[in-house]
Design a binder for this molecule. Sequence first.
Ligand code: SAH
Length: 204
Amino acid sequence: MIQHQIVARDITTPAVIAAFRQVDRADFVPNELRTRAYTDRPLPIGLGQTISQPYVVALMTDLLQVQQGQKVLEIGTGSGYQAAILHTITPNVFTIEIVEALYRQAKPRLLKRGFRPEQVVLGDGYRGLPREAPFDRIIVTAAPPQIPRALIDQLRPGGRIVIPVGAKDHPQFLQIVTKSKDGKITVGNSRPVRFVPMTGGEPR
Ligand code: SAH
């Protein structure tokens, strides 16, 4: 999986490859799909949600440019795989999931890998995670129609967001948001992707 799907497609950052070697994707897919854990595709994890294709996890991890010691927020825990990968690079990772059944499934997996209970959160990530802000890095693994304002507000100056953006049933692009030391926001487009839509975001 690592050689053919990730390195051969140009992701060679040592920290990203090392992270993939430490986390077995088979531990994050439903039992009946274990034999397909290393295929080059997203897989269903129940409740209409998916664990992303390994290459997409690698690409987003690479684009995020996470450094050891940084504080990271992931929105869309899903299976917990992406969070576990990030946690091998810096232990200060928070992940938030809106679907309770998925949160319940992912939490014990992540606790076993060294997450503290407060790092695995049930809630609406459209609003970010104000109690833990600011973050050096934010990674979003569900697609909103535009970048939620709360995420930009909760990004530390010098920080970076990787997020798929696109209206429902429209093409999505990975966007890279950077905030300069003096607070200036720059948005760049990376490549086309397909993620499940981000839900939540309605006024309370
Ligand atoms: N990162 C995951 C893949 C996630 S699939 C993995 O590695 O397996 C996208 C996830 O985002 C789904 O579990 C979905 O329920 C969740 N999601 C969608 N909208 C959300 C929101 N507003 N807040 C938090 N999670 C959300």
